[in-house]
Write a protein that binds this ligand. Structure first.
Ligand SMILES: [Zn+2]
Length: 263
């Protein structure tokens, strides 16, 4: 019946996370250009001499041949495209790369292709590997990733009155998703103050590429300000994302329960 169904497919992917299962297997969370997040199983990969092992390391960018499985699809072949060997020799850079991977993993869903997000993730790993200044690179990565996933923060108009933002210190509302002008600051009591310099950097990063971002010099104090502005915003989005499926699950269970009650 199913003989014509294509059982094998090719995909490139970056290993974002992995979990050991059973005696020698590993589940991999890959980020792929055509399928978004993909969970696959790599069988026997923890056995000595496994021919897959070197190609499915954390943060590896590899070309995979995958077989459809009943529960999880199965890695049948893998070939490293980028190992990011330099990156792996520097703990700080590994830390930034793992943060980027965690952000992609947590902000994306399975079977939702976002090719630009994949290219962005790959580009940030390549640049970290090449020794680019990591902090400004990661802020640029965060802003572009947010944009590709539909969470672009509003930096040009006040999120409350929609007036064009003037060139002076403003406020930033993580909850409302962008700049609040001084007259609207009361719209979110938790809005943080936003210096003119930080506003300029955020706008520049949002409008320019990762390589443009690398040319900016970030003072430590400004770096802390940018992180303190963006992280609460990202946290709110992640909380919404995490609540959405559980809320849907609740609805489904509830609707099943209601149906069960019916005569
Ligand atoms: Zn306003």
């Amino acid at each position: 019946m199913n003989t014509n169904r294509q059982r094998l497919y090719n995909s490139e992917g970056i290993v974002m996370r992995r979990w050991d299962v059973g005696e020698s297997d590993r589940i991999l969370a890959l980020y792929t250009p055509e399928r978004g997040k993909l969970r696959v199983i790599s069988k026997g990969v923890r056995r000595p001499g496994s021919r897959l092992a070197g190609h499915v390391e954390l943060l590896c960018h590899s070309a995979f041949l995958i077989a459809r499985g009943r529960h999880l699809d199965i890695v049948t072949q893998a070939q490293t495209l980028h190992a990011f060997a330099n990156l792996r020799q520097n703990l700080e850079r590994i830390g930034w790369a793992c943060y980027a991977a965690e952000l992609v993993d947590r902000m994306t869903v399975e079977e939702a292709a976002t090719e630009p997000a994949f290219r962005l993730f790959l580009a940030v790993l390549e640049r970290l590997d090449r020794g680019a200044p990591p902090e400004i690179l990661i802020r640029s990565f965060e802003l572009h990733l947010l944009g590709y996933l539909g969470y672009r923060p509003q930096l040009f108009r006040c999120v409350s009155c929609e007036q064009e933002v003037q060139a002076r210190p403003q406020f930033f509302s993580a909850l409302l998703g962008g700049v609040l002008c001084p007259s609207c600051r009361g719209a979110d009591p938790q809005a943080q103050s936003l210096s003119l310099e930080a506003l300029k950097i955020l706008r520049y990063l949002q409008r320019n590429s990762l390589s443009d971002a690398e040319r900016l010099r970030l003072e430590p104090q400004r770096g802390r300000e940018l992180e303190a502005l963006l992280h609460p915003y990202i946290r709110i989005i992640l909380e919404q994302e995490m609540n959405a499926p559980s809320f849907l699950g609740l609805l489904r269970r509830e609707s099943a329960r209601q149906k069960g009650k019916a005569p």
